[in-house]
Design a protein around this ligand. Structure first.
Ligand code: ZN
Ligand code: FE
Ligand code: FE
Ligand code: ZN
Length: 272
């Protein structure tokens, strides 16, 4: 099994299960390392309903560090930060003090619209779908250019509820952004949470992952678990997607430095 570098905790107000239960779930599957990457709070109060407060950060840190025992798996302290206009002003100066093992960077909002939020899903009904995707990729490009995070979270998140332009159009939009991600030195994650959403597909789609592979953008694996049962969710499918895109290795993180490891061999498949 491979590290799961995208887990949440109940401190974000939309997850359940104690960190110990997430760890036990990982141990049960032979996952060698997990990273808690809860939604990072911002001093300007950005998206407060979906994350811990600034005052809760020390408690989060303590909860995660308490799981760093000799018992497997290895537990990493991470966070998932949001890209929005001006986010770097507060993030850059406090990043060193957070002492993270890894930082995911995600785009969950276009302007004030939380386009992946179930409560705001109805906005899609009257949206210009291609226009939304174009705007999304423009924000993702800016996230890459900041060079603040280590990993791009769920690369094609706008597909969550099934709204997307044809692959050809997405490819056109994504290519220049993938160039900027490659230039930034960031990795991308293969995030299996999409399988649990209406789109029923891993983030990113195979054709986008192949484009990332061409650019030698490193990959890591995340379940985006918001409950212990979701740890390592469908990682067999994530691994297969990575292999099909031509990947032979993936990366994990510690102290915001990444190390590569070879992808495990395909399990012997049953003869059909
Ligand atoms: Zn969340
Ligand atoms: Fe996210
Ligand atoms: Fe997440
Ligand atoms: Zn996420």
């Amino acid at each position: 099994m491979v590290p799961d570098t995208h887990l949440h905790t109940p401190l974000c107000r939309h997850a359940e299960g104690e960190p110990a239960a997430f760890k036990a779930a990982a141990r049960g599957q032979g996952i060698p390392a997990i990273a808690f990457t809860d939604h990072l709070p911002n001093p300007d109060g950005y998206d407060l309903p979906h994350r811990m407060t600034m005052a809760e950060w020390p408690k989060y840190r303590e909860l995660v560090l308490a799981q760093q025992t000799p018992e497997a798996p290895r537990v990493l302290l991470g966070a998932e930060c949001d890209y929005y206009e001006g986010c770097d002003a507060s993030l850059r100066p406090r990043l060193a003090g957070l002492q993270l093992d890894l930082l995911l960077g995600s785009v969950h909002h276009i302007g004030r619209w939380g386009f992946d939020s179930p409560e705001e899903r109805h906005v899609w009904n009257s949206a210009d779908v291609a226009g939304v995707w174009r705007e999304y990729f423009s924000l993702l490009g800016k996230l890459a250019d900041l060079r603040l995070a280590d990993v791009v979270g769920h690369l094609d998140l706008p597909k969550k509820f099934g709204h997307r332009p044809p692959d050809r159009v997405v490819k056109e939009m994504a290519q220049p952004v993938l160039d900027r991600i490659a230039a930034s030195g960031m990795a991308i994650e293969i995030n299996s949470a999409g399988l649990r959403k209406p789109v029923a597909e891993i983030y990113p789609a195979g054709f986008l992952l192949a484009l990332a592979g061409e650019r030698e953008i490193p990959i890591c694996f995340g379940s985006d678990a918001h409950r212990p049962e979701e740890v390592g969710y469908c990682f067999d499918q994530s691994l297969e997607l990575a292999r099909q895109a031509g990947y032979r290795e993936a990366v994990s993180f510690a102290g915001r430095r990444r190390t590569a490891y070879p992808l495990p061999e395909r399990a012997m498949s049953k003869k059909t």
